[in-house]
Structure formats: structure tokens, C-alpha cells
Ligand binder design. Structure first.
Ligand SMILES: Cc1ncc(COP(=O)(O)O)c(C=O)c1O
Length: 398
């Protein structure tokens, strides 16, 4: 038996891997505090759950159109108009099994062997692997914590070649919480339009923002970039619906049409029941989402303050999502019981094994100097987890 190279070369999702390991340790009775979660620690709002139950009672349990049910696509258009100042028609929308699947479909439609896709690091873990699955080359651009993990259009331009087809943007960002401002996006717009580069804009955290920040959709800058952008979003993060698997995307009909064709040959469509529940979330989920953001904001402020008071730990101030990406590399080179901690993986392994806290190594996101801490955890666990983190650092010796 021969396993295809593209699968052999593919890495399993590292974030899912650490979460599963922490869960496994918990099941065995180990008192692990997990900062590895990529999902809200809240439950799906009651009205949304009820809508799912009602959908089953109403026998919405059969196949749906490949791109999603019309009522949901209409609700998605209303969401884009209300929140993102974007005018789309339902035939420009596809609903899929999570934003992850929307991005997968988009990369398959837009990229092939010989092409290049620009990805800004730190990046969400799946982008490089999804690009590689198409045969195209991911071109990674590094950023620094001093620049709030952002990059200017002038810097991006240096990486553009005649093979560049796609730029993947993620604002607010997982793992850094950084948000591109409107003026930064205007410059990126000019660059992409001038070079005919298509943008996959992953806006899954657009409703989870703090300090009165507004996450601008790049497609709202002007019509030229709107015709060159796929705007991706989903129900997972905003409405605590990760397990329901609902993502959606809107953009040029040729792109969405290609994605729909591919989806019809893959999993046919997003789960019918989840689609019905998502209409309720989009139409009546605002209050629950707002409460969640308030809780995340309180934790964010606490985490930023605590981390910045720890010697040798540096952070930016996340403006969105529910992650912080502290730089801890000044501790690399130190030892614990003779074992040297020399990168983000050995650092997180030490924190998990010795301090019983689960963090995700920064190398998974393309920045080995840092690690990702998700504050989608209770305040009590955050306090205790950060105590352990601080005590763990004290155990490392030169
Ligand atoms: C930046 C980003 N994009 C997309 C996703 C995928 O979300 P889902 O497939 O649950 O919609 C995630 C989930 O962690 C994410 O962090």
C-alpha cells in the first residue's frame, strides 16, 4: 500500500493535538489547566439550541442544496450588510462545514501547482497545509511583536512574484489578536488590485473585538477589491457553535460557484440541522455574543497585566479573538533537571508535564519565539494557570 505524498507530508492540526492531549490527561485524573482551547468556553445560546431541536422536529433532516439553504444564505447577506458594510446576493454565498472547509474549498479553487500564496506569520495553523495540498507554494512573511505582528503593504510587495495568486489575511488574528486598521487595509487593497492578487479574508473573529476596535472587512474598501476577495466567516466563534460545523463565505460568483461544485463532490453540504440553527444565531444571537465578549474582555485585561509583570515575557495587546501570543524566548537555553529548554515545543512540553498547563507552541503558528495562550477559560483557571506559569519559569535555571 502506498500513501500519497501530499498526505504523508501534511502535518496534523497541532492545536487540536495539544487540546486532545490535555483532555486525555484530565480523563486520567491529572489536574491540567488548558490554555489550548480554540473555542469559547461558553455553551451555544439556548435559543439557538432550540432552533436546532425544532429543525429536527420539522424534519429538516434531508439533503439541502450544496451551497446551503436559501433562508440561511439570505441571513448571511443581512449579516454582511449589518456588520461589515458588504452587499452580497445569496448566489454569491456558500455555507460549508466550518470556515476551515470554506478556506479549503477556496484554496482548491484558486490555486494549483506553480502558484504562490502569501501568508503572514504568525498564521492560523491550517493555511500553509491547505495551500500545500493544492500543489502551490506558501510564501510566509514574518512579522515582529514590536510591529504588533502586522506588516505593511510595502513589505508584502517584496514577496510578490509573477506566480503570486492569493494573499491570505486574518484580522482579527489567531494567534495574535491583532487587527489591521482601515488605512492599513487600504494600502493592501491598492497593492492587491494593482497586482491582481486575490484575497482570502478570514474574518471568523470579526465580532470578538475589544477597546472599541472595529474589524474592517477588506472587501468593503472598494468594488475593485470586493471583486478580488472571498470574505470568510462562520458561526463557531461568535456564537459558541464549534461543534455544529457552520462556516460561510461570500465573493465573486465564479469562485463561490467553483467552491460549490467541489463541495457537492465532497460532503454535499453543511448539516441541515446546523444550518437552521445558524439562522437563529445570526438573527437573534447578538445578546449572547455580546455577553461573551464582555467576559473575554475582562479575562484579556487580566492576562495582559499578569503576563507583562513576569520577567522575560513580552506581549502585544490583543484587540480581538481570545488569544494572546507572548514571547518567551529569553528563557530558551535554560534547563530544568538537566534538560535544556531550547524552543517553543520543549517549553510547552515542560509546562504541560511539570506545571500541568497546556499551551500551544508558537512554532505551530510560524513563530518559535512565542506560545499561544487561549483565555477562553474560567477566570479561576486563568488565575491558577498563570500562577503555575510564573512558578514554572522560576524552576528554569541558567
Ligand atoms: C483563524 C481561524 N480561521 C478559521 C477557523 C475555523 O473555524 P471553523 O472551521 O470552526 O469555522 C479557526 C478555528 O480555530 C480559526 O482560528
Amino acid at each position: 500500500m502506498k500513501i500519497a505524498k501530499k498526505i504523508v507530508n501534511m502535518k496534523p492540526s497541532p492545536t487540536i493535538g495539544i487540546s486532545s492531549l490535555a483532555q486525555e490527561m484530565k480523563r486520567k485524573g491529572v489536574d491540567v489547566i488548558s490554555f489550548a482551547a480554540g473555542q469559547p468556553d461558553f455553551n451555544t445560546p439556548e435559543n439557538v439550541k432550540e432552533a436546532g431541536i425544532q429543525a429536527i422536529r420539522d424534519n429538516h433532516t434531508k439533503y439541502t442544496p450544496a451551497s446551503g439553504i436559501p433562508e440561511l444564505k439570505e441571513a448571511v447577506c443581512r449579516k454582511f450588510k449589518k456588520d461589515n458594510n458588504l452587499e452580497y446576493s445569496p448566489d454569491q454565498v456558500i455555507v460549508s462545514a466550518g470556515a476551515k472547509q470554506s478556506i479549503y474549498l477556496a484554496t482548491q479553487v484558486l490555486l494549483e501547482e506553480g502558484d504562490e500564496a502569501i501568508i503572514i506569520a504568525p498564521y492560523w495553523v491550517s493555511y500553509p497545509d491547505q495551500v500545500e495540498l493544492t500543489g502551490a507554494k506558501p510564501v510566509i512573511i514574518d512579522t515582529t511583536i514590536e510591529d504588533d505582528f502586522k506588516i505593511s503593504a510595502a513589505e508584502i510587495e517584496k514577496y510578490i512574484t509573477d506566480k503570486t495568486q492569493v494573499l491570505i489575511l486574518n484580522s482579527p488574528s489567531n494567534p495574535t489578536g491583532s487587527i489591521f486598521s482601515e488605512s492599513e487595509l487600504e494600502e493592501i487593497t491598492e497593492l492587491c488590485v494593482r497586482n491582481n492578487i486575490f484575497v482570502i479574508s478570514d474574518e471568523i473573529y470579526d465580532r470578538l473585538t475589544y477597546d472599541n476596535e472595529n474589524a474592517t472587512s477588506i472587501a468593503s474598501i472598494n468594488d475593485q477589491i470586493k471583486n478580488l476577495t472571498l470574505t470568510v466567516n462562520g458561526a463557531s466563534k461568535t456564537f459558541a457553535m464549534t461543534g455544529w460545523r457552520v462556516g460561510y463565505a461570500a465573493g465573486p460568483k465564479e469562485v463561490v460557484g467553483g467552491m460549490t461544485k467541489l463541495q457537492s463532490q465532497l460532503d454535499t453540504h453543511c448539516v441541515s440541522i446546523s444550518q437552521h440553527a445558524t439562522i437563529e444565531a445570526l438573527e437573534h444571537g447578538e445578546e449572547a455574543a455580546k455577553k461573551m465578549v464582555e467576559a473575554f474582555d475582562e479575562r484579556r485585561k487580566y492576562v495582559v497585566k499578569r503576563l507583562n509583570n513576569i520577567e522575560g515575557v513580552k506581549t502585544n495587546i490583543p484587540k480581538g479573538a481570545f488569544y494572546i501570543f507572548p514571547q518567551v524566548s529569553t528563557h530558551y537555553g535554560k534547563k530544568f533537571n538537566g534538560t535544556i529548554i531550547n524552543d517553543s515545543v520543549s517549553f510547552c512540553k515542560f509546562m504541560l508535564e511539570e506545571m500541568k498547563i497546556a499551551l500551544v507552541p508558537g512554532s505551530a503558528f510560524g513563530d518559535d519565539k512565542c506560545l499561544r495562550l487561549s483565555y477562553a477559560a474560567s477566570m479561576q483557571n486563568i488565575e491558577e494557570g498563570l500562577n503555575r506559569f510564573e512558578n514554572g519559569l522560576k524552576k528554569l535555571k541558567d
